[in-house]
Ligand binder design. Structure first.
Ligand code: NAD
Length: 476
């Protein structure tokens, strides 16, 4: 198994940039590769290629587009071991989770490929001598930016939506975890995607977004990452009157109602919190537990969290790998220190192990005051915050009190509780008795500062398409 060459992919060909950036293994901080960095010239070539590629691809029949996307997905499924190995090496997550990520990325491609065949317009009822036809057409070349937490499935969402809708795309994937996107480019190259339809670049993020977004060929900006960067890119797009698809931060509440088994709810929650070392925008984070169940829930949660095996993602018994970079490790440590100084109880983890690697244990804090920073700032790591609530009303109020609204969860068997939650929770995704926020066939996205637009589901291609009305009178 080998880590891939980290080159740019522009106009259907691989190329070296003008400079390189080292890519590190977060488990031991060793250098595992040198990533090509795009120059201004490379970016201009990518823009020209995307403009040309769009002409070809937007006029390719949806069934032919779908066939190429499905062929690329099939190649990625065949290469799952090689891709998962590269993801674990550069990101740190356990190999089993990396394999699941590759499968999930393939599901996004497969779902959107099928949606390409169903991007219907409509005919509006009208008088006998005129016909109004509404067409859904590819919006144009997309500038997309994907983050480091899911090196393969995050880029998949954006590439799948753009290509299925008939758009070309320039993707700037994350410099710290480039291999997932490189493997996607390889698969599309081998599947026969025409040159220029998918272009992959890396470099200094602000330089690339600052250059690409205002350029005339770009018609849509798609970003997944922090709310702060999302706002910045939205401002650049707005100055150039370009629409955006923004999938931003979250701080997911989990409401544990008084009618469930607290031990079962805690066990499920710990496993989900450990997934991807908590570096998931939908990670369950603020637990609001009915006061009658609080003691049992907290006890089980802390016990199970302590038992999670932290280690190198390549080791078969590892349940949680390191966090992906030094920034997360220090940010998490600062949040834990702040919460403890303000009176929160530390029930598990919290101490940063010695030695190389960005390891941070699954950490459980209980009884946090409202002014603890962790209760307001997205921890984006393996940090669980547990507080008691008096009632469902109390829980919903606390769940909704932040400017975020991406994922929310609840454990309950009461239809009445589910109705209340469905009506009142401010989030793009609410999951009951499961901590899975979205699958390929459901629309995913946020409200409030968690962004706008949806990826996946029947809504997934909407942002990548524009609506044209054709009024056709039969005689002049
Ligand atoms: P960050 O906000 O600097 O970077 C997040 C991502 O955005 C990275 O992939 C980065 O390359 C990209 N980025 C940053 N500035 C950019 C710019 N000007 N133009 C284009 N792309 C740009 O922060 P970080 O330290 O890498 O991550 C920390 C925070 O990011 C987390 O706290 C979390 O809120 C957020 N994040 C969210 C997701 C998600 O799935 N929504 C994923 C990763 C990170």
């Amino acid at each position: 198994m080998r880590y891939p060459d980290l080159q740019l992919y522009i106009a259907g060909a691989w190329r070296q940039g003008t400079d390189t950036l080292p890519v590190l293994n977060p488990a031991d901080e060793s250098v595992i590769g040198e990533l090509a960095v795009a120059s201004r010239l490379d970016l201009d070539d990518a823009l020209a290629a995307a403009a040309e590629g769009h002409k070809t691809w937007s006029r390719t029949a949806p069934a032919n587009r779908a066939a190429i996307i499905l062929k690329a997905a099939a190649l990625m499924r065949q290469r799952v071991e090689e891709i998962a190995y590269a993801i674990t090496l550069e990101h740190g997550k356990p190999l089993a989770q990396a394999r699941l990520e590759v499968q999930r990325g393939c599901e996004f491609f497969e779902w959107d490929a099928a949606e390409a065949l169903r991007a219907y317009g409509r005919v509006i009822p009208s008088g006998p001598d005129i016909r109004y036809t509404v067409l859904h057409q590819p919006i144009g070349p997309v500038a997309a930016f994907s983050p480091w937490n899911f090196p393969m499935s995050q880029p998949s969402r954006k590439i799948a939506g753009a290509l299925a809708a008939g758009c070309s795309i320039i993707l700037k994937a994350a410099e710290e975890t480039p291999a997932g996107a490189i493997h996607i480019a390889r698969a599309f190259h081998d599947a026969g995607l025409p040159p220029g339809v998918f272009n992959l670049v890396f470099g200094v993020p602000a330089d690339i977004s600052g250059h690409l977004i205002p350029e005339p060929p770009i018609r849509l900006v798609a970003f997944t990452g922090s709310t702060a960067v999302g706002k910045h890119l939205t401002e650049i797009a707005a100055r150039n009157m370009k629409p955006v698809l923004m999938e931003l931060g979250g701080h997911a509440p989990v409401i544990v109602c008084d009618d469930v088994d607290p031990v079962a709810a805690a066990e499920v929650s710990v496993m989900r919190k450990a997934r991807n070392a908590g570096q998931v925008c939908t990670s369950p984070t603020r637990f609001f537990v009915d006061e009658k169940l609080y003691g049992a829930f907290v006890k089980t949660f802390a016990e199970r969290a302590k038992a999670i095996r932290l280690g190198n993602g390549m080791a078969p018994d590892t349940q949680m790998g390191p966090v992906a970079n030094h920034r997360r490790k220090s940010a998490l440590h600062a949040l834990v220190c702040d919460a403890r100084a303000k009176g929160a109880r530390l029930l598990a983890g919290g101490e940063v192990p010695d030695g190389p690697g960005y390891f941070f244990p699954l950490t459980v804090l209980a009884d946090l005051p409202d002014d603890a920073r962790a209760m307001r700032e997205e921890p984006f790591g393996p940090l669980a915050l547990i507080n008691p609530v008096r009632s469902l009303d109390d829980a919903i109020e606390k769940a909704n009190c932040l400017p975020f609204g991406l994922a929310a969860y609840a454990f309950t068997h009461s239809a009445s509780n589910v109705h209340q939650l469905s009506e009142r929770i401010e989030a793009g995704n609410l999951s009951i008795n499961t901590l899975e926020a979205s699958v390929a066939e459901t629309p995913f996205g946020g409200v409030k500062e968690s962004g706008y637009g949806r990826e996946g589901g029947a809504e997934g291609l909407h942002h990548y398409m524009t609506v044209k009305n054709v009024s056709h009178r039969m005689t002049i």
